[in-house]
Design a protein around this ligand. Structure first.
Ligand code: SF4
Ligand code: SF4
Length: 439
């Protein structure tokens, strides 16, 4: 079996973390492994994953290290891991790694390693201090300074990184301030994920979760702040996906794609699940120490999961936005339920945002007002029409104004990939896993 678009999320310490953020979506996984006080992945699991993943012949071998807090494994584990990956890589190819972290463990040694091995790092920070208050240590101490220290280290060592902003009740009313924060701190790459966790009571959402109306307001205002900035090189993952869709190219984010079959999550002990919102016993596909990923992908549990995720409410089947939305993320439909009008949780937001963004992009592209964004949109339209973009939609040209290329250490996003594939680093080993977080 070949699985060309498969990405893998690895949770080497499961839910374990050195912080205690109020909105953490992964903490409930602790109930699945009650006997594991400090779950830690063994290198035999890494070896099995690399071998089995490679055998599926993915177009790009994308591994996202997440948690919990994956740096709790320690630097030596990751040193050994890249050696294992190198053993399983094919000539002219290499594994692409991304690492999502809260930044607590980062120091010069970590950053040297991450830069030298071309890890793409995601660092979590939700905006200026009051908006980041949900992110805290177990003793209640806020984590803002720690995150900023991590960012400074990543910059100093020229590690490729983006910031992950969770949209919660703490920052949902302040999209302009959050975007200004990114600009003021020279953070050119970001992704935004709405906090939409189920609450204690059936049908309710958690204290820090946002409503569809709040999400719609936030994203349209964030988009307008991005437009006003008139600097297409500011990469915001969702906006980049909308740009792909605007030009008829496939988006990379699973939420905007048709199916949920291109992601697997591997827990500390080798247990495999579909995406990491479904790390539950009933979705367990098997264990890499006893079965292969190929067997699990062909198994009844995975096929049932994919089939269920494809089943949409009647409202979606008749919706004009279906080709862009596909009913949204499956977890919203199954975990937060379907609303009284038959709509998935973020449906109202999807309709408002798609309507606003696509109309606005068309207006800017066809309008008389000169801007860098207009030039970028026209240039991209021309390139797409000329067939210069690949079928995966990943051949986006260098941004109109590129970030200064790092010198030494990791290659710049637009540099040739050191693996020798001939592609740009950002589209090859430097490419962020569908998660680049997804969600
Ligand atoms: S916008 Fe709403 S109705 Fe339309 S496809 Fe998305 S979730 Fe379904
Ligand atoms: S995050 Fe949502 S859309 Fe993506 S694979 Fe999981 S359920 Fe599917």
């Amino acid at each position: 079996m070949k699985k060309p678009n498969l990405g893998v999320l690895i949770k080497p310490v499961s839910h374990d973390c050195n912080m205690a953020c109020d909105y953490c979506y992964y903490r409930p996984v602790s109930a699945l492994y009650p006997d594991a006080q400090r779950p830690r992945m063994g290198l035999e699991v890494v070896d099995a994953v690399c071998e089995q993943y490679r055998a599926l012949e993915p177009r790009e071998t994308k591994i996202g290290w997440q948690g919990g807090e994956p740096t709790l494994m320690g630097l030596e584990f990751f040193r050994r891991t890249v050696e294992i990956e190198a053993r399983h890589a094919r000539p002219g190819d290499c594994f692409g790694n991304s690492l999502q972290t809260n930044g607590v463990a980062l120091n010069d040694d970590w950053c040297r390693f991450l830069a030298a091995n071309h890890f793409l790092v995601g660092l979590s920070v939700d905006g200026p201090p009051p908006m980041n208050a949900v992110r805290r240590f177990p003793n209640g101490k806020p984590a803002f300074e720690t995150a900023m220290r991590g960012i400074a280290l990543l910059k100093r060592h020229r590690v490729e990184f983006n910031v992950l902003v969770v949209i919660s009740t703490a920052n949902v009313d302040h999209p302009e301030e959050v975007f200004a924060f990114l600009r003021e701190n020279d953070l050119h790459y970001s992704q935004f994920i709405p906090c939409t966790e189920p609450g204690q009571v059936a049908g309710a959402v958690s204290e820090h979760s946002i409503t569809a109306a709040q999400y719609a307001d936030f994203m349209t205002r964030l988009f307008e702040a991005w437009v006003a900035n008139d600097e297409p090189s500011y990469y915001v993952r969702r906006i980049d996906n909308w740009l792909h869709q605007f030009f008829g190219l496939p988006p990379e984010c699973c939420e905007y794609r048709e199916d949920c079959s291109n992601l697997l999550t591997i827990e500390w002990n080798g247990d495999v699940y579909p995406c990491d919102f479904f790390v539950e016993e009933r979705y367990r596909l098997g264990n890499v120490l006893g079965q292969t990923l190929e067997q699990m992908l062909g198994g009844a549990t995975f096929r049932r999961f994919v089939r269920e995720a494809e089943r949409l409410p009647a409202m979606c089947e008749e919706c004009e936005w279906l080709p862009y939305c596909h009913g949204g993320c499956y977890r919203h439909r199954i975990k937060l339920g379907i609303g009284p009008q038959g709509q998935p949780y973020l449906c109202e937001a999807k309709k408002r945002v798609f309507g606003h963004v696509f109309a606005r992009l068309r207006q800017i592209k066809d309008g008389a007002a000169p801007s860098r964004l207009r030039d970028f949109l026209r240039k991209t339209e021309h390139e797409v029409a000329a067939g210069l973009w690949g079928p995966t939609g990943t051949a986006r040209q260098a941004p109109a104004v590129a970030r200064p290329a790092p010198t030494g250490g990791a290659p710049g996003r637009n540099d040739p990939c050191p693996c020798g594939s001939g592609r740009k680093y950002k589209h090859c080993c430097g490419k962020l896993v569908a998660d680049h977080g997804r969600r």
